[in-house]
Design a protein around this ligand. Sequence first.
Ligand SMILES: O=C(O)CCC(=O)C(=O)O
Length: 373
Amino acid sequence: MVTTGFLGHTELPRTLEWRNVDRETFLNEIIPRDRPAVMKGLVAHWPVVRAATQSSQALYDYIRAYDLGHPTETFIAPADIKGVFFYRDDMRGLNFERTRQPLHATIATILAHRDHPNPPAIWAPAASGNDLPQFSRENTIEILGKPVLPRLWAGNAITAPTHYDMSDNVACVAAGHRRFTFFPPEQLLNLYIGPLDLAPGGMPTSMVKVSAPDLERYPKYVEALAAAETAELEPGDAVYIPSYWWHNVESLDPLNLLVNFWWIQSSRGPASPFAALALGLLSITALPASRREIWRRMFDHYVFQTGGDPVPYLPPDRRGMLGPMNPMLENYMRTQLVRSITSSLPAAMREQMQRWMMTAGPSVDSEQAYGND
Ligand SMILES: O=C(O)CCC(=O)C(=O)O
């Protein structure tokens, strides 16, 4: 492995910092940059931060008092993964086991291993604030201008490998220290993304381990590093992570708690762009190059609208799916899509899938450990 002669991830330029951030500063200075921004002390007043600053036991007691006790997804792995929740070396799965237990039970397990020299890696990612309603009422941020459901991330010294989320994010450190490494969205090619349908936290993830990059295998990662920046947060600090920014997050203490707020600031359509990518892979990638090229132009014209309004010559109310969306049109398009993608399935499966997709569909939670909506 080559690891000399390049900037280590801890030596990168620092993410810009703000102090005393209020909603105006957030809206007028931070969001328009469309880059990560550290907001020092944004949540230093939070009851959970005060409890964590007092002691780990006080933090546990605080969470225990408010946790309704619903099981939440929890990842556990032996010490030899060195805290990095990742792919297995043979890529035939992930290097951890999943279980479900209440958040407070996970914190108790972490504390029980606290003085162990080689504890297992333990991580409860994205526990829902709905399972701790009083917590969610007491620890809020004003800068978003509306209530947003918090998610709690508790773990020992673990690493969330480099991934992006489709939601914007304000991530607040409640306990322990966290090091973020950020890469701009356009570094996609230099980050060597793993399989789109198998990723440690559900979202597309870089194959490069930030703490020990294999530059022989992933040489262009050096270019990603040249565009990267880093931030180390302490309890009470927060960081704004714009959607699609790749981030690797290292929890640095024996007990760490992050509370994040995923929200969507820009307008968006009623379906997921990620689903469009999957459908593109199903329908276009296998076509001959000349046909793919036709579709590339079709997408540029209709979807990306690189030439502006694709149908200025049609009256606005006669544009069908090229016009403004409304619930009837949206339902019609969904029905057509479901028919089209299920048509080649065996009858029983097709009927079951059509019933499922046209009624409830998967719940947001089951799809989105990492905000893949
Ligand atoms: O800090 C962590 O454990 C991961 C958090 C994260 O990936 C996020 O807030 O999007």
